[in-house]
Design a binder for this molecule. Structure first.
Ligand code: BDP
Length: 326
C-alpha cells in the first residue's frame, strides 16, 4: 500500500513538473479595419502565420478584421494601453501620438511609390518606426498605402479650385484637416466606417482614398466623381503594444519583429493587383474618373505650400532628408 502511495505521489509530482515546464501558450490579438480578403488584412494574416510557425504554435496572433475591435483611433488607444496587442492602421491617426510622423504623410511628399519605399526602407523609415516607442508602441513594419485621390457626389473636379466649398471627409489628423482648408474645401473628420453613410445622406459631399478603399467600402456607389490627383501616400503601419512586447522574451520580440518585416512583400504584391482590379471595377461601374493634366495637378500641389511652410523645424529637417533620397 505504502509503495502504491509513493508511486502515485511520484507520478503526480512528475505531472505537475511537466505541466509547469511546458511552454506557456500566448494568444495575441491584432485589430484591422479592412475586410478579410483585403490585401492589407492578408498581410496581417501572413504576419500571424509566420509568428505561429516560428514559435511552433506557442504564440498565436488572431486577426480581427472588419473593425471587430473598433475603429482605428480606438484600436490605437487600446494598443497603447496593452488591451489590444497589435493593430495595422494608417499613419494619419498615429500622428496624434507622435507629431513628427507628419513628415511622412505630407501631401505630395513623395515623387512616386518608389521614392516612398526608398524612404520607408532606409534610415528615415527605421528611425520613424522607432519613434513610436515614445508613445508606448512598437513600430513593426510598413505596408503599401497606394495613393489617395479625391471623390465626391456633386461635380467633376479637375483642379484645386473645383473643390471649393465641398464638404470633404478626412481622417482624424490635424494635418489632414489643414490640407482640406488650404484647398478651400470644408474638412469633416470622421472614422472610416462612417464615411459611406455620411456620403449617402449628404452629411459630406466627398472624401479621399485609394482605389481599393473607394471600391471595397462602396464609396464609389455614392460618390461617382473621382479625380486621380494622387495628393497623398500615407504609409500604413503595423504597431504592437510596448507594454505587451516588453513582457515577452527578447527572442520572441525578435521573432515578432522579423515576421512583420517578412509579411511585407506579400502585402505589396497583393496591393498592386488589387489596385488594378478596383480601378477596373469602379470604371466599369460607370464612375466618372478624371486624370488631371500636369498643370491641373500643379494647382493641388501649389495649394499645399502654406502647409509645408508652417511645419515645425524638426519636421522641416526630415522633409529635407526625404527630398534628398534618390
Ligand atoms: C485606408 C486605410 C485605412 C484607413 C482609411 C481611412 O487603409 O487604414 O482607415 O483609409 O481613410 O486607405 O480612414
Amino acid at each position: 500500500m505504502k509503495k502504491i502511495i509513493t508511486l502515485l505521489l511520484v507520478i503526480v509530482i512528475a505531472l505537475v513538473l511537466m505541466i509547469g515546464c511546458a511552454p506557456k501558450k500566448i494568444v495575441m490579438r491584432l485589430a484591422e479595419t479592412h475586410p478579410a480578403d483585403y490585401p492589407t488584412t492578408i498581410g496581417d494574416m501572413e504576419f500571424a502565420k509566420l509568428v505561429g510557425e516560428r514559435t511552433n504554435g506557442r504564440i498565436t496572433v488572431e486577426v480581427y478584421h472588419s473593425k471587430q475591435l473598433g475603429e482605428e483611433k480606438a484600436a490605437i488607444e487600446q494598443v497603447q494601453l496593452g488591451a489590444i496587442d497589435f493593430t495595422r492602421v494608417s499613419l494619419a491617426p498615429v500622428t496624434a501620438f507622435v507629431k513628427k510622423l507628419d513628415a511622412l504623410q505630407l501631401p505630395y511628399m513623395y515623387r512616386d511609390a518608389d521614392h516612398m519605399w526608398k524612404v520607408l526602407n532606409g534610415p528615415i523609415g527605421e528611425e520613424m518606426l522607432k519613434s513610436v516607442e515614445s508613445a508606448n508602441f512598437v513600430g513593426l513594419c510598413w505596408f503599401d498605402p497606394g495613393s489617395r485621390n479625391f471623390y465626391n457626389s456633386k461635380r467633376e473636379v479637375k483642379s484645386a479650385a473645383d473643390l471649393k466649398g465641398l464638404k470633404i471627409r478626412v481622417q482624424q489628423s490635424d494635418l489632414m484637416i489643414k490640407m482640406i482648408k488650404y484647398l478651400g474645401a470644408n474638412p469633416t473628420p470622421l472614422p472610416y466606417g462612417e464615411v459611406y453613410s455620411a456620403l449617402k445622406t449628404g452629411v459630406i459631399d466627398g472624401a479621399e482614398n485609394n482605389w481599393p478603399s473607394y471600391d471595397t467600402q462602396s464609396h464609389f456607389e455614392v460618390a461617382r466623381y473621382y479625380v486621380v490627383d494622387g495628393h497623398l501616400r500615407i504609409p500604413e503601419i503595423l504597431i504592437g503594444s510596448k507594454i505587451v512586447m516588453d513582457k515577452l522574451s527578447k527572442k520572441d520580440q525578435e521573432i515578432i519583429k522579423q515576421a512583420a518585416k517578412d509579411a511585407v512583400p506579400l502585402q505589396i504584391k497583393l496591393w498592386a493587383e488589387k489596385e488594378k482590379v478596383s480601378e477596373d471595377k469602379v470604371t466599369k461601374a460607370g464612375c466618372k474618373i478624371y486624370y488631371p493634366t500636369p498643370e491641373e495637378k500643379k494647382t493641388f500641389m501649389d495649394a499645399m505650400a502654406p502647409l509645408y511652410a508652417e511645419q515645425p523645424a524638426e519636421i522641416q529637417e526630415i522633409i529635407k532628408q526625404i527630398q534628398a533620397v534618390q
